[in-house]
Design a protein around this ligand. Structure first.
Ligand code: ADP
Ligand code: MG
Length: 711
């Protein structure tokens, strides 16, 4: 089309899909499940993969190693065993010129039976290979097969590189492909560039309409490989647009936080701080000093601080936080420190109480397991301002807590807390200063995106005298050697952790549970004093055990991941992780961070059950390779992808439609730079040339990023 249909109003990107050829009311409903309602949605439903069907043929013309597509009929389908465990699903395909078999080694039997019905016409594409065991007869392994019910548009489906889309039940890929093709024919020219022309030109990008067309239906001479890696200019243009808008939105969001009127201006370097620094047993590292300077700088301004401190495990974040908290107290405000687990909150409470003992200030602990009478009293002390520093878990952001004058809130281990909690805590005072600390280093690409509304500081140096940790992976059947290690370290006067995975009732199976391991070790090493902690142990008892471990009375501690973060016992030099293959990379890194805190050499032994999944293998390999939290985090991101990395929902990460933060990091950085430069010159986007951009920003990002009337 694209030509005149005079009686209709002119086409618009907001047109509903229902009236597109091939849609109708029923399909429109199905499309809604993919969040496709308007023409525009469809234009930006970008293929996640491409398939080369530019070479078409018949079965008789197939050649080994040549990717070809052809039309055929399924004449047989079913599965059988090869060897004792492996099953293969096989279909026989036939056309007028011959027959060939196709095999699938990994499959879902119900799905396959449903999909491959005898007699069905299909379009097959793949690379045939000779099967040596069958006299070099050609066969296909995992070819792509689509049902051909005669409804497809041959010019869309064959003789070209075709797009593969995410689809949903009740919508065949080829239908979706044809719908999108129709939409593009009519509407793609309407996709006007909202991006400033000089940015497009500087980066050599094609116009948006061309980018959309060719991202869906690539040009003849496009490289399949480049397309599948999302490295063609047309695809990059679309990625760039999305990341650019997100960056703009983040800048505004950040400005918004900074524009909150009622910030608390604090005087830094007061008497408490001076006294505290005098008593401090060690010198701050350069990195700590540098980060503190930025914090002090923030606190002196009548604008709430919003700062993230990243520092690897053991880099000494707590002391930095404490100095910030004391600054509030120096100014007659209260400070709050929020930790993700009770153990950690308790530990912070004890060390802070210790550190503050001589300062004559009151530190309060509030956790969920506080008996209600004590809790009531504690809450009252907080409300009346008798407590100066309040340490706690999530309990700190519950409604019942009221501060007298909250000046600073510190959130430890941010990745466990969501943005919402950050905002909830924010509401506890008149815009208190907020300091977020994380030991899971967020890779740069993510930090730029998620924490674009925070200032980021890095403690990139460990306190002096730390010894590197040696990490080894052991197969589960070598467990004997591993346990002998425990005896050895303990005979040297050191201590050990043995961590077992958290077990849910339903999956007890053959996993080494903490309790079982504890019983076993007690029997095997009667001379060693062993302790056990896990989530089901009452907090009073757990506290006792942790205290005894800290004092060295308990020599080996069997635990679940409750000890993952923060626990600090410098005499522990051995970390054994059972079922290490089941743990996430950042968890393993956190666990390993429990050791190497003293002056003795430390060992981390990862006990794995084989066979390992590819991901499991990659995780253990990364642990063996490096002790650098940033390296580990980058690897983690690479292995898991950004969605999983922080758990999308709680990460505050805007839903990305096209961009992928691992793959597109370069584009992200360019987008950030371009956005920064643009805003420098046009902080309110208030020129006629920028009006399209501004509209686009508001229409796409207001909801996604909670941007309101800030521009
Ligand atoms: P993390 O960054 O993992 O929270 P902590 O704040 O728990 O690390 O610090 C780990 C240990 O290092 C603590 O015992 C702390 O007292 C000690 N520490 C912190 N800073 C220094 C320093 N500059 N010199 C020596 N020890 C330090
Ligand atoms: Mg810590």
């Amino acid at each position: 089309m694209g030509k005149e249909t005079p009686q209709k109003t002119s086409p618009s990107l907001e047109d509903p899909l229902q009236f597109i050829k091939g849609v109708g009311p029923k399909k429109a409903e199905v499309l809604k499940r993919l969040n496709l309602e308007s023409v525009k949605d469809c234009l930006f439903h970008i293929p996640f993969r491409y398939e080369d069907r530019s070479k078409t043929g018949t079965i008789s013309t197939l050649e080994a190693g040549e990717h070809t597509s052809f039309s055929a009929e399924i004449t047989a389908a079913g599965s059988y065993f090869i060897g004792r465990r492996r099953r293969v699903f096989e279909i026989a395909l036939q056309d007028e010129t011959g027959a060939i078999r196709a095999k699938y080694y990994q499959f879902n039997a119900t799905y396959m039976k449903d999909k491959f019905k005898i007699g069905a016409r299909v379009i097959v594409s793949g690379k045939p290979h000779p099967n040596r065991r069958a006299g070099s007869r050609l066969e296909l392994v995992h070819p792509n097969v689509e049902i051909d019910d005669g409804s497809q548009n041959p010019s869309v489906e064959t003789g070209r590189i075709v797009p593969v889309y995410q689809t949903t039940e009740g919508l065949h890929l080829k239908s979706l492909r044809s719908i999108i093709h129709n939409v593009i024919e009519i509407y793609s020219d309407l996709a006007e560039d909202f991006m400033p022309q000089d940015i497009i030109e500087r980066n050599g990008y094609p116009p948006l309409s061309q980018a959309i067309r060719e991202t869906h239906f690539p040009n003849e001479n496009s490289s399949l490989d480049a397309l599948n890696r999302f490295k063609t200019l047309v695809q990059e243009r679309i990625v760039f647009d999305e990341l650019f808008l997100i960056q703009l939105a983040l800048f505004y969001k950040r400005k918004q936080t900074k524009n909150v009127p009622k910030g608390i201006k604090l005087k830094t370097r007061g008497t408490l701080i001076k006294q505290f620094m005098q008593e401090l047993a060690f010198e701050l590292t350069n990195a700590q000093t540098k980060v503190l300077a930025s914090i002090m700088n923030d606190l002196e301004k009548p604008v709430p601080m919003n700062r993230l401190i990243q520092g690897d495990v053991g880099s000494g974040k707590t002391i930095v936080a404490l100095i910030a908290l004391l600054t509030a107290v120096d100014n007659s405000y209260q400070g709050a420190l929020m930790a993700p687990t009770e153990i950690l909150a308790e530990q912070h409470f004890h060390s802070l109480s210790n550190d503050c003992a001589k300062l004559g200030i009151n530190v309060e602990l509030i956790t969920g397991s506080l008996p209600s009478k004590e809790k009531k009293q504690a809450l009252e002390r907080v409300r009346e301002g008798i407590s100066h520093i309040v340490v706690g878990t999530h309990a700190l952001i519950q409604k019942e807590i009221q501060f007298d004058r909250l000046g600073i809130a510190v959130i430890d281990e941010q990745h466990r807390f969501g943005v919402l909690q950050r905002e909830a805590l924010n509401k506890k005072g008149t815009a208190p200063h907020i300091l977020v600390m994380t030991a899971t280093p967020i890779p740069r690409s993510l930090a730029l995106t998620i924490y674009g509304d925070l200032d980021v500081s890095l403690i990139d140096e460990l306190p002096p005298g730390r010894k590197p940790i040696k990490t080894q992976v052991y197969s589960e059947n070598k467990r004997d050697e591993v346990y002998n290690f425990v005896a050895k370290e303990i005979s040297k006067g050191r201590q050990a952790y043995i961590v077992c995975p958290l077990i849910e009732e339903t999956e007890k199976m053959d996993l080494k549970t903490a309790t079982e391991t504890y019983e076993y070790l007690k029997e095997r090493f009667p001379e060693i004093n062993i302790g056990l902690v896990h989530g089901k142990i009452k907090s009073a008892e757990r506290r006792q055990i942790m205290a005894e471990f800290k004092e060295g009375k308990i020599q080996a501690l069997v635990a679940t991941t409750v000890i993952e973060v923060g626990v600090h016992v410098p005499n522990s030099t051995l970390m054994i992780v059972e079922h290490a293959e089941r743990f996430g990379l950042s968890q393993l890194h956190q666990l390993r961070g429990r050791i190497g805190r003293g002056t003795h050499a430390s060992h981390c032994l990862l006990v794995a059950y084989y066979p390992l999944s590819d991901e499991g293998k990659a995780r253990l390999e990364a642990m063996r390779e490096s002790q650098d939290g940033f390296y580990i985090a980058e690897k983690d991101l690479e292995i898991r992808g950004p969605g999983d990395f922080l758990g999308t929902r709680q990460s505050g990460l805007p839903d990305l439609k096209v961009a992928n933060l691992v793959r597109d990091i370069k584009i992200l950085e360019i987008a950030r730079k371009e956005a920064e430069d643009l805003l420098q010159n046009h902080p309110n986007l208030n020129t006629p040339e920028l009006s399209k951009l501004k509209n686009e920003l508001l229409s796409q990002m207001s909801d996604r990023m909670n941007l309101m009337d800030i521009i």
